[in-house]
Design a protein around this ligand. Structure first.
Ligand code: ADP
Ligand code: MG
Length: 209
């Protein structure tokens, strides 16, 4: 069962709904170590993404993820907007005009997206950012790409959850939370949390297909 454009759209709808449900929680996480806007930013951006998707038909990944990237970049704002925007942009470029891809191809494209995030954010694993969710998750997804698909999707989401939780004891080295220094320790990173939501919604699209 390949990953197709329909599943990609379903994942984005689920992500919008989950962000809507968790916006206060995300904002509370950002209040502890940032400026309390991550939930609001992501909620505003994902709502606009869905409005856009509702107004168009998408035949391939590149058109879909280009629209998502442009909307997220211009509407989410803050640091997360350009970072998530870059992630979706690179994902779309790599998947290009295909309508469906294997887990291995999807995981490889996500690695490109992650590389884009890390290079724009000058961030690495351990800096207490969304990278700490994305990197181990994508690695687990790639490592399991040749086995049963369900195992790959589960490994992807489980590693994302663990990566998110692993940000709690970290000292923030990038973004606004780095201004908190030692006070950033003991709080879960908001962007690592929204990145876990994104990955669980991608897995959700696989599960419900
Ligand atoms: P802002 O920090 O501008 O208020 P948001 O609150 O929307 O933006 O997003 C904050 C999240 O963005 C952080 O929790 C972190 O995960 C992510 N982030 C910030 N800076 C970077 C960076 N340089 N590299 C990777 N991720 C980052
Ligand atoms: Mg913020």
């Amino acid at each position: 069962m390949p990953f197709d454009v329909k599943m990609a759209i379903s994942a984005l709808r689920q992500f919008n709904a989950l962000i809507e449900e968790k916006k206060e929680f995300l904002t509370d996480l950002d209040a502890a170590i940032g400026d309390a806007d991550h939930g609001i930013n992501m909620n505003r951006g994902m709502k606009r993404v869905i409005e856009k998707l509702n107004s168009k038909e998408y035949a391939d990944f590149s058109a879909l993820y280009l629209d998502v990237a442009m909307t997220v970049m211009s509407v989410v704002g803050g640091s997360a907007g350009p970072l998530y925007g870059t992630f979706f942009m690179k994902l779309g470029q790599k998947l290009s005009e295909s309508e469906e891809v294997s887990v291995g191809e999807l995981a490889g494209a996500m690695q490109e997206g992650l590389n884009g995030v890390m290079s724009l954010g000058k961030s690495a694993v351990g800096d207490k950012t969304m990278v700490d969710t994305l990197a181990p998750a994508i690695k687990a997804f790639r490592d399991n790409a040749d086995g049963p698909e369900e195992d790959a999707w589960n490994a992807f989401a489980n590693a994302a959850e663990q990566g998110m939780k692993d940000t709690i004891p970290m000292l923030a080295r990038r973004g606004r939370s780095s201004y908190q220094g030692e006070r950033s320790i003991g709080h879960q990173d908001p962007g690592a949390t929204s990145a876990f939501y994104l990955i669980s919604c991608l897995r959700g699209a696989f599960t419900e297909r």
